[in-house]
Design a protein around this ligand. Structure first.
Ligand code: BYC
Length: 482
C-alpha cells in the first residue's frame, strides 16, 4: 500500500495497514462506539445533524492531503494517519543519539512514553468539550465551520494517540484509551489532566485566543514529540502538525478580524482614544483594552502548560531520546546537553532574575522561550492592523511571571510588567489586567448568532478569503439539512 494514500474501505480510515493487524483493528473497532457516544454527548451541541463543509485527510502528502465536502459531524471519517517513515532515521538526541530509531517501545522507557502519549491524548477531547456550546453563538457560518473543523480534527488527534496506546502498550494502553473517554473538562471529580484544559471557553473571543495561544502550545509540544526516537510517535506528530497549522490560522485571523472591526468602527465614529471604553462598546465592538486583558489571560494560562521551568521529567525524557527540543534538527550543539547550561528566569530573594541551570533540567523553560518568540510574531501581526488603521494602541504579551499557577512564579503575584505585588495590591489591581465580571458580561452580550449566509456579527470583520477559495456568500454550514 502507498503510505501517502489513506485506506477508506474499513470502519477506520488509515495508512498503517490496519487490515493486516487484526489485534489492533479489533481493539480500535471496540473503542469506536464509545468514542461516538462521547462525541454525541460532548461534541458540538445542537449541530450534529447539520451538513458542514469540512476537509478530510485523504493522503499524508503535504502538497495535497485534504478533500472538502459536506459532512454530518458524527459521520466524519476519523482515522489513523502517520507521516511516511523516513528510511534509516536515527535517534536525533539524548544518550541514544545516532542509534536506529525504535519501532517498538523500549522496555526501560515504557512508563515515561505512555505518560507523554496519555497527556497529549487528554488535551484533544478536552478542547472539544470546552468548545461544545460555541456553535450556538457563532458570528457567521464561516466561523462556525472553522470551529467544527477544529473540533473534528482534535477528535482525530485523540484517535492518533489512542492508536499508539492500543498498538504499543497492551492492556495498560487499552485502559488508558478508555480513561481518555471518561475524564471531562472542568469536572471536579474526573477533570482533564492539565490546568488550561479545565477552563471554560465561554465566548468567541476566548475561542480565538485559545486557538492562538493554546493550540500554539500544541504546536510546540508536537514539534518536540515529532523529534522522538520512538518512530511511530514522531510520525504521528508530524502529520498532526499539518492539521494544527489551520487551528492557529483560525485563532490568529479570528483575533485580527475582531481588532480590525474595532479599529474601523472607532475610525468611523471618530474615536481616537482606545480607553474611551464605554463609547467604543456602544458601537457594538470589543474595545482594545478588553482584547488585551483576554490575551493576558490566555497567554498566562497557556504558559502553565509548559510545566515547571526546572524539571527532571523533561530532562529524563530528553536524555532517553523520547521528547526533543523545538526543531531539534536545526540546532547546532551536541544534542546531548550533559554539560551545557541554559538561563532560567527564577524568583530569587523576591526578585526575578536569570540563573544558569543545567540545560537538561531547563528544557521546559527553553521550549517556553521558543513559544514566547512564536507568540510575539503573531502579536506583531495584530499590531500592524491597529497601526494601519491609525489607532494609538499596541497589544503586548504580559511578563511570563504574570498570573501563573505552575512553576517558579506560582508562588508570587506579578503584574503584567513583572513587578512583584503584595497580595492586597494583586487583589486591587487584578481586573486592570484580567477580564472583570463586567467585561465578561459585555462580551457575552455581543454573542448573538449570525447564521445568515455571507453575514457577520457586528464585532468581527469578514475574512479576506473563504475556505477552499469559496466566495463570500458560500453556505459553509447547512444548519437545518437533517
Ligand atoms: N497542569 O516536571 P514537571 C495540545 C504536573 S497542547 C497540571 O514540571 P513536565 C492542544 C506534571 O504532570 C499540548 N499538572 O512537568 C492544544 C507532574 O505531575 P506528576 C499537550 C501539571 O512533566 C489545544 C508535575 O506537575 N501536549 O496539544 O516536565 C487544543 C511536575 O511536572 C501541569 C503536551 O503537553 C499543568 N499545567 O512537563 C488541543 C506534551 N504542568 O507526573 C490540543 C506532553 C505540570 O509528577 N506532556 N504538571 O504527577 C509533557 O511533555 C509534559 O508532561 C508537560 C509537563 C509539558 C505537560
Amino acid at each position: 500500500m502507498n503510505i501517502q494514500q489513506v485506506d477508506y474501505n474499513g470502519l477506520i480510515p488509515n495508512n498503517v495497514s490496519l487490515g493486516g493487524d487484526m489485534r489492533v483493528k479489533r481493539a480500535l473497532e471496540k473503542w469506536h462506539p464509545g468514542y461516538i457516544n462521547w462525541w454525541n454527548d460532548m461534541g458540538p451541541e445542537g449541530f450534529q445533524k447539520s451538513l458542514v463543509y469540512l476537509r478530510t485527510a485523504v493522503s499524508v502528502d503535504p502538497k495535497g492531503w485534504a478533500k472538502f465536502d459536506y459532512v454530518r459531524m458524527p459521520e466524519y471519517r476519523w482515522g489513523v494517519l502517520l507521516a511516511p517513515q523516513q528510511e534509516d532515521r536515527k535517534i536525533p538526541f539524548g544518550t541514544h543519539k545516532g542509534e536506529d530509531v525504535w519501532q517498538e517501545v523500549p522496555g526501560e522507557y515504557r512508563a515515561m512514553l505512555r505518560r507523554l502519549v496519555v497527556i497529549q491524548g487528554d488535551t484533544e477531547p478536552a478542547s472539544v468539550e470546552q468548545q461544545r456550546h460555541l456553535g450556538k453563538t457563532a458570528p457567521s457560518l464561516y466561523d462556525m465551520r472553522n470551529l467544527f473543523q477544529v473540533n473534528v480534527e482534535e477528535g482525530r488527534h485523540l484517535w492518533a494517540m489512542v492508536y499508539l496506546l492500543q498498538k504499543y502498550f497492551g492492556t495498560d494502553g487499552r485502559e488508558e484509551a478508555e480513561a481518555l473517554l471518561q475524564r471531562r473538562s472542568g469536572d471536579p471529580d474526573t477533570p482533564r489532566m492539565l490546568g488550561a484544559f479545565n477552563e471554560k471557553t465561554p465566548d468567541w473571543l476566548s475561542f480565538f485566543m485559545f486557538t492562538f495561544f493554546t493550540d500554539r502550545d500544541g504546536k510546540m509540544q508536537l514539534e518536540a514529540l515529532a523529534q522522538s526516537g520512538f518512530d511511530p510517535l514522531s510520525r504521528t506528530c508530524r502529520f498532526m502538525l499539518t492539521e494544527e497549522a489551520h487551528h492557529m490560522f483560525v485563532g490568529e485571523t479570528g483575533v485580527t478580524r475582531i481588532i480590525q472591526r474595532t479599529c474601523e468602527a472607532m475610525k468611523e465614529a471618530e474615536i481616537s482614544d482606545p480607553y474611551e471604553i464605554e463609547k467604543v462598546r456602544k458601537l457594538g465592538v470589543i474595545d482594545l483594552p478588553t482584547i488585551q486583558k483576554k490575551a493576558n489571560l490566555h497567554f498566562s494560562l497557556t504558559l502553565d502548560l509548559f510545566g515547571n521551568e526546572i524539571s527532571t521529567n523533561a530532562a529524563n525524557a530528553f536524555h532517553a531520546g523520547l521528547k526533543g527540543r523545538y526543531r531539534e534538527h536545526r540546532l547546532d550543539d551536541d544534542h546531548q546537553l550533559e554539560s551545557n547550561t541554559y538561563p532560567v528566569l527564577r524568583l530569587i530573594n523576591g526578585k526575578i532574575q536569570n540563573e544558569d541551570t543545567p540545560a537538561l533540567s531547563a528544557l521546559n523553560m527553553r521550549l517556553r522561550d521558543d513559544y514566547v518568540v512564536d507568540c510575539n510574531n503573531g502579536v506583531s501581526r495584530w499590531n500592524k492592523v491597529i497601526e494601519q488603521i491609525g489607532i494609538p494602541f499596541e497589544i503586548k504579551l504580559p511578563h511570563v511571571a504574570f498570573h501563573r499557577h505552575i512553576g517558579e512564579f506560582s508562588r508570587t503575584n506579578a503584574d503584567v510588567d513583572g513587578n512583584i505585588l503584595s497580595p492586597a495590591e494583586w487583589t486591587n489591581q487584578r481586573t486592570d489586567f484580567l477580564p472583570s465580571a463586567a467585561d465578561k458580561d459585555f462580551i457575552e452580550s455581543l454573542m448573538k448568532p449570525q447564521f445568515e449566509v455571507g453575514k457577520f456579527a457586528s464585532w468581527i470583520a469578514p475574512p479576506k478569503v473563504g475556505i477552499d477559495n469559496k466566495p463570500g456568500d458560500f453556505e459553509y454550514v447547512k444548519i437545518h439539512d437533517a
